[in-house]
Every structure is written in structure tokens, then in C-alpha cells.
Design a binder for this molecule. Structure first.
Ligand code: HEC
Length: 143
């Protein structure tokens, strides 16, 4: 890629992220959205290695796993205080049964910790339960 193409691609990705979160004024919503985007990015990195659409890289895989563990551990604090920000897709149900919500974060943490990131093959098995842990929470608590 030429230098200009790299800069252009980078600018577009920033614009994309900004558009998705346009109008979010609440700092805590920005913080949890940022964490979720990091989890999304880390899952994508691991998923691509598992599928073979990206070459397996042990360091990258370990970094992605660390991010997933960190994000899952931060969820109970990040979401502690309710927000009515209209841009947010977080459902009010989160704060009606916070113990259940944080239980789903626990499940994500367990799935992230048990991921075997030593090869593409071992990743494939672990990604399924990781994916279920994301879906388990999104289904109940995300619009
Ligand atoms: C304990 C609940 C919970 C778990 C577990 C969870 N999420 Fe989320 N996620 C949410 C909520 C709530 C939102 C909506 C946030 C908002 O819009 O304010 C969300 C939003 C997102 C978004 C959209 C972010 C944005 O603002 O554009 C992505 C991407 C995402 N999650 C990825 C993941 C991935 C990948 C996993 C699993 C590895 C995961 N999440 C696990 C609750 C969870």
C-alpha cells in the first residue's frame, strides 16, 4: 500500500467508528462501547486465525485473549451506572437484574480464559463457546 492509501484507510476506519457512535455524549457509554469494540476486534482476530483466513500468530492470539479477559473483567464496573443515552443499544433490563447481567460477563471471562490459543485448531473449538458467551448476553441485554 502506498503511504496515502494507508492514511486514507486509517481515516475511513476512524470515520466509520465515529459515525456508529455519533451523538453519544455520556462518557460511561463511550467507555463501554469502546470496550465492546475491542472485544469485537479481538474476536475477529482470533476467528480469522481459526478459520484460516489469517495466518496463525501466537503473539497476536495471546494479545487478543488478554483483551477478551480484560474486557470481560471490566464489564461489571463499566455498566454499573445506568444510562439513558438514546444512541446506546444497552437495554434497561441490565439494571433490573444486574446479578444476571454480570453472570453473563463471568461466562465470557471463563470462555476467554479457557481459550487454548496455542494453535489455529485449538482456537476453533474454543471460539464456539466464546461466541456463545457473547450471544448469551447480547440476546437479553442488547437491542
Ligand atoms: C455481559 C454482557 C455482554 C457480554 C458478555 C458481551 N457483550 Fe457485547 N455488548 C453488550 C451490550 C449491553 C452492548 C450494547 C452497548 C451499547 O450500545 O451501549 C454490546 C455491544 C457490543 C458491540 C457493539 C459496540 C458498538 O458500540 O459499536 C460489539 C462489537 C460487541 N458487543 C462485541 C462483543 C463480543 C465479541 C463479545 C464476546 C467476546 C461480547 N460483546 C460480549 C453486552 C455484552
Amino acid at each position: 500500500m502506498t503511504r496515502l492509501a494507508i492514511i486514507t484507510a486509517f481515516t475511513f476506519s476512524l470515520v466509520g467508528a465515529a459515525l456508529a457512535h455519533q451523538g453519544v455524549k455520556d462518557a460511561k457509554v463511550k467507555a463501554w462501547m469502546h470496550a465492546m469494540m475491542q472485544a469485537g476486534q479481538a474476536s475477529k482476530t482470533l476467528g480469522n486465525m481459526a478459520k484460516g483466513t489469517a495466518a496463525f500468530d501466537a503473539d497476536q492470539a495471546a494479545d487478543a485473549q488478554a483483551i477478551l479477559i480484560e474486557v470481560s473483567a471490566a464489564i461489571p464496573t463499566l455498566f454499573e451506572v445506568k444510562s439513558d443515552d438514546p444512541v446506546s443499544e444497552a437495554l434497561p433490563a441490565i439494571w433490573e437484574d444486574y446479578a444476571d447481567f454480570t453472570g453473563k460477563a463471568e461466562a465470557m471471562k471463563a470462555a476467554s480464559e479457557t481459550l487454548d490459543v496455542s494453535s489455529a485448531e485449538t482456537l476453533t473449538a474454543g471460539m464456539r463457546s466464546l461466541g456463545r458467551s457473547c450471544g448469551g448476553c447480547h440476546q437479553s441485554y442488547r437491542k
